[in-house]
Design a protein around this ligand. Structure first.
Ligand code: S3P
Length: 167
């Protein structure tokens, strides 16, 4: 069975939707940020501060390769996973990729502390969204348009996954 892969901006509800979808389909949930934190024994903020973004990206790529080797898992990714083509090639080879296109205006309303690339800077959310939107669109099998709640987005994803997971 194909993996169910969630991509999108920080604050777009990937982890929250992942929990709903894993429960609905009785599948394991893996979160690549969580894998990085466990393997490094440090928080993401610490990794960025001590070793820099590229070191974090290397750890992220290793976590992605491991997650993509699973079958029938829900995989929640970090917002920057689309920055390396090899990450997306691995995830697309074994999974269906869903991008929740939550509007940056809604994301700005969230508490984004603990996210080193964004912090409390709403300008950066808009800039990152603009930079990354073409990549999210390019790598998604399905683009889930903006909805007010992550529950609605998860329901849309569930319907599509049900139709295609076995195909
Ligand atoms: C990042 C997003 C974060 C995390 C890291 C980098 C990004 O994940 O992987 O801070 O580049 O957008 P979330 O999307 O879960 O916040």
């Amino acid at each position: 069975m194909k993996n169910l892969v969630l991509i999108g901006m920080p604050g777009s509800g990937k982890t929250k939707m992942g929990r709903i979808l894993a429960e609905k389909f009785s599948l394991p949930l893996v979160d690549t940020d969580q894998m990085v934190v466990e393997r490094a024994g440090k928080t993401i903020l610490e990794i960025f501060a001590e070793s820099g973004e590229q070191a974090f990206r290397d750890l992220e790529t290793a976590a992605v390769q491991e997650a993509a080797a699973l079958h029938g898992a829900v995989i929640a990714t970090g917002g920057g996973v689309i920055l390396r083509p090899e990450n997306m090639a691995a995830l697309r080879a074994t999974g269906l990729v869903f991008f929740r296109d939550r509007s940056p205006a809604a994301i700005v309303g969230e508490d984004l502390t603990g996210r080193p690339l964004i912090g409390s800077d709403s300008e950066r959310v808009y800039r990152l969204y603009k930079e990354r939107l073409p990549l999210y669109q390019k790598y998604a099998h399905h683009i889930i348009p903006h909805t007010d709640t992550y529950e609605e987005a998860a329901a849309m994803i569930a319907e599509l996954y049900e139709q295609e997971a076995e195909a």
